[in-house]
Design a protein around this ligand. Structure first.
Ligand code: SAM
Length: 243
């Protein structure tokens, strides 16, 4: 199988993404820490800080996976608030649900199996929507962004945390080497699965860069769209509002 985006037929891609996440679900958290040297925790903390979340709000964490953001949001919105962890993949959802329950995160969190492209929620439902390291896996990103806009309340905010394009050429080259040579070997060593991590590297390379994604958010109707580069642009946090 070739894992490059462009060579995979559109509907085959969703099945492929599903296979990848079924296969990595059990080892997902340890791999996250190992591959990012723990830095993903800082990127996620920054996302929470930029969300402006307050007690009592309704938050949707799309492609929520094992629930890192959901956990923090759950603590911040408190008993009057609500967090929905949505993910297309039931293996990731069940790992996430067990993990959060074991940490005592109960009461204000619900779990929904859903495709980001067709969110099964009413218009104007959420104060905050996040999608962290999920958008690059989505087949029709503009459709997904439009779906997020629809379910966001007027005045609400979308945050997209995603791998992006390093801002310096040397960092770009080092990062490419890491992604294509080191990452699949680490995947093989730790998770016994080089192919999924090869897919990860390909999907990062194919993902729209900072300004392209900003333009896509604006094109579907988000306003005041901006982004911050994190770790030299290896990751970017995009923000957009619905007015
Ligand atoms: N947000 C979590 C985090 O930052 O640790 C998990 C990120 S994980 C790399 C990507 C997640 O996106 C997986 O759990 C996968 O099942 C989910 N996903 C992929 N395509 C999706 C789609 N179309 N709709 C919803 N979730 C999707």
């Amino acid at each position: 199988i070739d894992f490059g985006y462009k060579k995979v037929a559109k509907n085959a891609k969703q099945g492929l993404v599903a296979d990848v996440f079924h296969s990595v679900a059990g080892k997902y958290d340890v791999m996250n820490d190992v591959m990012s040297f723990g830095i993903h925790r800082l990127w996620k903390r920054y996302t929470i800080d930029c969300s402006g979340v307050r007690a009592g709000q309704k938050v949707l964490d799309i492609a929520g996976g094992t629930g890192d953001l959901t956990e923090q949001f759950s603590r911040r919105v408190g008993p009057q608030g609500e967090v929905v962890l949505a993910d297309i993949n039931n293996s990731m959802l069940s790992v996430g649900r067990d993990r959060l329950r074991n940490r005592g995160i109960v009461g204000n969190v619900s779990y929904v199996q859903a495709n980001a492209e067709e969110l099964p929620f009413a218009d104007d439902t959420f104060d905050i929507i996040t999608i962290a390291f999920g958008l690059r896996n989505v087949t029709d990103k503009s459709k997904a962004l439009a779906s997020m806009l629809r379910v966001l309340k007027p005045g609400g905010r979308l945050l997209v945390l995603e791998f992006s394009k390093p801002t310096h050429e040397m960092l770009n080259q080092a990062y490419d080497f890491y992604s294509f040579n080191v990452l699949p070997k680490m995947g093989q060593l730790i998770a016994g699965d080089a192919d999924s991590y090869q897919y990860l590297a390909e999907s990062i390379r194919m993902h729209p860069d900072q300004d392209t994604l900003k333009g896509m958010m604006e094109a579907v109707g988000f306003e005041q769209v901006s982004y911050d580069n994190l770790t030299g642009g290896i990751v970017a946090l995009h923000r957009g509002y619905k007015f």
